[in-house]
Design a protein. Structure first.
Length: 276
C-alpha cells in the first residue's frame, strides 16, 4: 500500500482463487499496472505516468518527523534554562518525595507533606487529626534520620536495653490556619531539655509556598519503664545519645496551665438538641 493506491493481491483459500478489485497504482516495480474488468494486466510501456495532484504532494511523514524533532529539542532546552534559573536555596529546600532531612547544623528535622483529599473535611481544610499525624510522623523520622531509632517505637538503642519508652505528658497546639486540599506544608521539629528528667519537642508547620506559619506546637516527654509502668530518670547512657541534638531555644508555645472548664447544659451559653 502506498499513498497513490492499493495493489491487487490474489488470495488462495480452499483451492479457490479470489482477486480483489481496487484502484491500481500508477507505477509498480517500474511498470504500469491497471485493472480491466477485475483482472490485473501489465503494460511495459516506457511512457511516463501522468502527473496528478496526489503524486505531487510531499512526504508528510518526513515533515512531521522533522517538526517533532525540533519541538523536542526546544522543549529540552527550555527545561534546562528553567532549571538553571532556580535559586540555589530553592533547589536545596526541595523534598520531592517527602522523606525529610536534617537541616540547620543537624539540629532540626524538616519534612514536607501534601494535603490529600482523604485528610480533609467537608470544607476542604485539613482536620486536626491530620496535623497531629504530621507531628508524630516527623518526630519519629527525626529519631530515625539521626540514627537513634532502636527496636522500640521511637526509643533509642540504650532505652531499649533498659526497657524504657517515651511518654507525652503535655502537648499544646495552636492552629492559626488550617491548610487546604492540595496545599504542601513544611514541618520543622527539634528537641530541647525540659527539667532534669524530661525533654521538650517543638514543631513549626508552614505553608511551603508562602512560608506562612500555620501551626505551632510544643510537647513535654518523660521516660517510663515498660515492666513497672513507673516514670524513670533519664539514664546517663541515654542522655549521652540525645543531648547532642538539644536546641537551646525557648518553646514555640508558651506554657499555659489553664484548664478547660467542664461544659454541660448548666454552664453552656447555647444548647441545641436534635443534631445528627
Amino acid at each position: 500500500v502506498d499513498v497513490r493506491g492499493i495493489k491487487t493481491k490474489s488470495v488462495n483459500s480452499g483451492g479457490m482463487k479470489v482477486k480483489a478489485n481496487a484502484q491500481a497504482p500508477t507505477e509498480v516495480n517500474g511498470s504500469r499496472s491497471r485493472i480491466t474488468h477485475g483482472f490485473k494486466t501489465d503494460d511495459y510501456s516506457t511512457s511516463p505516468a501522468p502527473r496528478t495532484f496526489i503524486n505531487q504532494l510531499p512526504d508528510w511523514s518526513m515533515l512531521l518527523a522533522a517538526i517533532t524533532t525540533i519541538f523536542l529539542a526546544a522543549e529540552k532546552q527550555w527545561m534546562m534554562l528553567e532549571w538553571k534559573t532556580k535559586r540555589p536555596d530553592m533547589i536545596a529546600d526541595m523534598d520531592p518525595f517527602g522523606l525529610g532531612r536534617i537541616v540547620q547544623d543537624g539540629l532540626v528535622f524538616r519534612q514536607n507533606f501534601s494535603i490529600r483529599s482523604y485528610e480533609i473535611g467537608a470544607d476542604r481544610t485539613a482536620s486536626i487529626e491530620t496535623l497531629m499525624n504530621h507531628l508524630q510522623e516527623t518526630a519519629l523520622n527525626h529519631v530515625k534520620s539521626a540514627g537513634l531509632l532502636g527496636d522500640g517505637f521511637g526509643s533509642t538503642p540504650e532505652m531499649c536495653k533498659k526497657n524504657l519508652f517515651w511518654v507525652v505528658t503535655k502537648m499544646q497546639v495552636i492552629v492559626d490556619r488550617y491548610p487546604t486540599w492540595g496545599d504542601v506544608v513544611q514541618v520543622d521539629t527539634w528537641v530541647a531539655p525540659n527539667g532534669k528528667n524530661g525533654m521538650r519537642r517543638d514543631w513549626l508547620l508552614r505553608d511551603y509556598k508562602t512560608g506562612e506559619i500555620l501551626t505551632r506546637a510544643s510537647s513535654n516527654w518523660v521516660m517510663m519503664n515498660k515492666e513497672t509502668r513507673r516514670l524513670s530518670k533519664i539514664p546517663d547512657e541515654v542522655r549521652g545519645e540525645i543531648e547532642h541534638y538539644f536546641v537551646d531555644a525557648p518553646p514555640v508555645v508558651e506554657d499555659d496551665s489553664r484548664k478547660l472548664s467542664k461544659l454541660d447544659e448548666s454552664t453552656a451559653d447555647y444548647v441545641r438538641d436534635g443534631l445528627i
